[in-house]
Design a protein around this ligand. Structure first.
Ligand SMILES: Nc1ncnc2c1ncn2[C@@H]1O[C@H](COP(=O)(O)OP(=O)(O)OP(=O)(O)O)[C@@H](O)[C@H]1O
Ligand SMILES: [Mg+2]
Length: 306
């Protein structure tokens, strides 16, 4: 029998990967999050959703954010988008403090957020026209973005005529059409089946490679985070704090054959250890968010299936 190969540390990087990170870190900082805090008033006093969160992302970097349910991922991205106000700390985009939503930040959520009464093309044109583009130019640019996401043929159909993956591609085209500096994505592929999700991941990397945009991508899926990210920001819950900012040692360009590579497995092992520490899983039946399901037996005890 073969001896199993020991998994190397996720901290080990090949020369090529290290050189790539050096180049990345030499780029301008696009997003600078400084000591960010968010408290929500609740019936039982204040809930600290985020506490002392600090990190930076560089131009054209792809950062994924993971953490247990309720650790403040969506709260963080809503603050970055300007949809929510922080209690303390600062968010700077290109050195300027965030004060409400802005065209330099594009958003893609999990739920399909297209306007159902507008065609695909008009959905993409909407933001362009809001930003002052004339009809003809907005249409021309919308068609370019639809081409980039492979939906030219569907320009004149309505969102309900599209599959889930296609709807998210329109949402990405719509968000990118305004040429944001940073694309903020909150579990954008969370509602898709596994196969469509895998295609969308590859497609998103293709798009990202070809345009000047920084991506902050929230996911629950550890493999998705490793496959997509340059670095992974791992948050912990109660209060939401940064545990670690991991440099993914898996080389680019990425493909699915790498998911069984030593670097990939080492990174997954590290994420598992951070997200599901043995002490926490051994001591409690709680879900990630501390909500304990109350199990009620609704069958006869003698009618056991196990
Ligand atoms: N408007 C609000 N008022 C009170 N508490 C809130 C509010 N919004 C979020 N919270 C609380 O803040 C915490 C973080 O919520 P958030 O939605 O950011 O978590 P999350 O990490 O995105 O979770 P999930 O992985 O389930 O999407 C949770 O405990 C949530 O109950
Ligand atoms: Mg969330």
């Amino acid at each position: 029998m073969l001896n199993p190969q020991p998994v190397p540390s996720y901290l080990l990087q090949s020369d090529a990967v290290r050189a790539r990170f050096d180049r990345l870190k030499a780029r301008n900082v696009i997003l600078d999050v400084r000591d960010l805090g968010k408290r929500f008033p609740t019936a039982h006093g204040e809930h600290v959703a985020l506490d002392g969160v600090s990190f930076q992302t560089h131009r054209r970097e792809f950062v994924c954010v993971i953490g247990p349910s309720g650790c403040g991922k969506s709260t963080l991205i809503r603050i970055l988008a300007g949809l929510e106000r922080q209690t303390s700390g600062d968010v700077l985009i290109d050195g300027k403090p965030v004060d409400g939503p802005g065209a330099e930040r594009g958003m893609v959520f999990q739920g399909y957020t297209l306007f159902p009464w507008l065609t695909v093309k008009k959905n993409v044109m909407f933001g362009l026209k809001m930003n002052g583009l004339g009809r003809t130019q907005a249409e021309r640019e919308a068609l370019q973005w639809l081409d980039l996401v492979g939906l030219t043929k569907f320009a004149d159909v309505y969102p309900h005529q599209l599959s889930g993956g296609m709807k998210q591609r329109v949402a990405i085209a719509r968000a990118l059409a305004n040429r944001p500096r940073i694309l903020l994505m909150d579990e954008p592929f969370g509602a898709l089946d596994a196969q469509t999700r895998a295609k969308m991941q590859t497609h998103l990397l293709d798009i990202w490679r070809n345009i000047d945009v920084t991506v902050l991508f929230i996911t629950h899926d550890l493999d998705e985070a490793i496959f997509l990210a340059d670095r992974i920001l791992v948050l912990k819950a109660n209060p939401g704090e940064v545990q670690e900012l991991i440099e993914v040692p898996v080389p680019r360009p990425r493909d699915y054959a790498q998911t069984t590579s030593a670097e990939f497995i080492a990174t997954r092992a590290r994420l598992e250890a951070l997200i599901h520490p043995p002490a926490a899983t051994g001591q409690t039946d709680d879900g990630d968010d501390g909500v304990k399901p109350h199990m009620v037996r609704m069958t006869d005890v003698s009618d056991n299936v196990e």
